[in-house]
Design a protein around this ligand. Sequence first.
Ligand code: HEC
Length: 91
Amino acid sequence: MKPAKLFLLSTTLLGATLYLSSVAAGENITPKALFEKKCQACHELDVPKSQKLDKNGWDGIMSWMTSMGGANISDDEALIIRDYLAENYCP
Ligand code: HEC
């Protein structure tokens, strides 16, 4: 009986650890990684990377891209990506 209980306990702990580390990974995703994950769902990353826009310009692109069905980008994520793009792909 004992070893079985121990096994059960350790798998529960492992499960909890895996769950927690995946939650943490979600929160710690960098703006760059978020951009790369979300913005190549429909086209190459070269499409945005070849543009140079200011914050307003990227704001417009973000509204455009997120208004298309299936983009799956939350408002918070859109702001993070916009700031990242405005900082790295600016005129
Ligand atoms: C739901 C699909 C989809 C997603 C997700 C998406 N795009 Fe697009 N994107 C498009 C389509 C379709 C076009 C082409 C529009 C056209 O020119 O007709 C486009 C074009 C663009 C363009 C060129 C605009 C222009 O002036 O021609 C940029 C820049 C761009 N996307 C940036 C992004 C960024 C940044 C992201 C991530 C936040 C993103 N896209 C995510 C569908 C998507």
